[in-house]
Design a protein around this ligand. Sequence first.
Ligand SMILES: Cc1ncc(COP(=O)(O)O)c(C=O)c1O
Length: 383
Amino acid sequence: MRFRSKQIHAGVSPDPTTGAILTPIFQSTTFVQESVDEYLSKGYSYSRSGNPTVRALENKLTVLEGGADTICFGTGMSAVTCTMLAFLSAGDHAIISDVAYGGTYRLCTKVLNRFGIEFSFADTSNPDDVQARVQKNTKLFLTETPANPTMKLSDIAAISEISKEAGAIHVVDNTFLTPYFQKALDLGADLSLHSTTKYFDGHNATVGGAVISKTAELDEQIRFIQNSTGSIMSPMVAWLTLQGCKTLSIRMEQQSANAMAIAKFLESHPKVKQVAYPGLESFSQHELAKKQASGFGAMMWFEVKGGLQAGKQLMDSIELWTLAENLGSVESLVTHPVTMTHAAVEEAERIRVGIIDGLVRLSVGLEDVEDLIEALDKALESV
Ligand SMILES: Cc1ncc(COP(=O)(O)O)c(C=O)c1O
């Protein structure tokens, strides 16, 4: 099957008892056992350790990403946390993209560091910088590409090579492009991680996470931590995400096409100082974007001439676009990462990595692109 058929049919089948075409929401804590000797004969015991609705989503994501197995979590952050806990112990070292979602940075610098795990933040757009930070105790690499919010790209194949040589695990946060546009495992990553909150859901309805593993052994290690810490996805969230998955490719294609048109509009607007969208030829890593992904996605940022004040005025006054956190949904969103998604990153660090005060992040949705552009034009006229 090709991607569009897989996104609809993989992992699910009509309910054997009723014929319901959609996988039911198995809202049940526990599962009745046939006998002590036949414990787990139907595959389930207790919903922290496994639930049929969640399992259907896991099976679908495994097929879409081309992995060995998938684990779904309550949030993208619990996916990041459990993955790190699975492969890092006190005395170990990990190399993380110096631009990543603010919550990932906070987890490393304010939580896991307290347990004796050491983190280095590398410019993962430069494999030499990554190589230079490798230590004897480096056990894990996490690259977020494209990175939230600067859109910096990391060469997945090159960093996977470095990770392999170091005997470490390479985790790629593939949230921004999804397997529809970027096959992180095929490019060499060991694990592809997602905040399913974003494009898999696609409708601003749920918060969830997933990790797709290249091998069953990796999956088992993470699943043990998930069951031990109780970081599970609920059946209701899995059910909603299953429905979102069915239109993933269509949404990604159209949102990406909308994004390209918007990026070109912004690039030519006299009040815009700079635009960063991997699909633009002016984007410094445009060639890498073309090499490792089949589409450019629907995330970008721009800076209004006049910096922070002008940007704030635009975000506060713009129509149709919604000022909110989150990304990847059908509703177009505008976000100010410095006060919102990346507030946990210290000022000096965020400026060093390019999260400038006036950065306006756009998550382009599915509205008519003409309406989105007209709204941007009107807001830009007013600043
Ligand atoms: C790239 C990326 N990874 C992980 C996360 C964390 O996901 P969640 O908010 O579902 O916990 C986010 C959230 O914005 C994100 O943008």
